[in-house]
Ligand binder design. Structure first.
Ligand code: 4NP
Length: 150
């Protein structure tokens, strides 16, 4: 059966598009469906941020097929696992959950490598390009773990 995984951040232009692209590069996409979304609506329809595109490309991952979309309540039905990038995303998504089953799908992505530490993938939007390199490395390690365990 297809496992369905959704990556969520605030804008869906910096972190979650990278997480989507990285995880897709590590799994058999015939068996795992991966998408991403943002809790905010500012960038709907846009390409990922150029800095994310660049860092992904440097690591042989193309994310230019992605377009920003907003998280919707129906995503709780469409996905088995929802990985959020930070605690604020976690609160935003949990506030839309309808029941305990929805809530149990939501996980902080860095808990994959630092279980229980509740760490954030920092929002790199106002950062320099090196912030995007650091985000890539964190997501790469977390996605290695996800690919191993799904
Ligand atoms: P992301 O970064 O959540 O990693 O996509 C952001 C992108 C845009 C904004 C905030 C965060 N924004 O406020 O427009």
């Amino acid at each position: 059966m297809m496992t369905r995984i959704l990556m969520v951040c605030l804008g869906n232009i910096c972190r979650s598009p990278l997480a989507e692209g990285i995880l897709k590069s590590k799994v058999n996409t015939d068996q795992v469906f991966i998408d991403s979304a943002g809790t905010g609506s500012w960038h709907i329809g846009e390409l990922p941020d150029n800095r994310s595109v660049k860092v992904a490309k440097k690591n042989n991952i193309n994310i230019t097929n992605q377009r920003c979309r907003q998280f919707v309540v129906g995503d709780f039905d469409e996905f088995d696992l929802i990985f959020v990038m930070d605690n604020s995303n976690y609160d935003n998504v949990i506030s839309l959950a309808r029941d305990e089953s929805d809530k149990q799908k939501v996980n902080l992505i860095l808990d994959q490598i630092y279980p229980g530490d509740n760490l954030d993938v920092p929002d790199p939007y106002y950062d320099e390009i090196h912030g995007f390199d650091q985000v890539f490395e964190m997501l790469n390690d977390a996605c290695d773990k996800i690919a191993e365990t799904i």
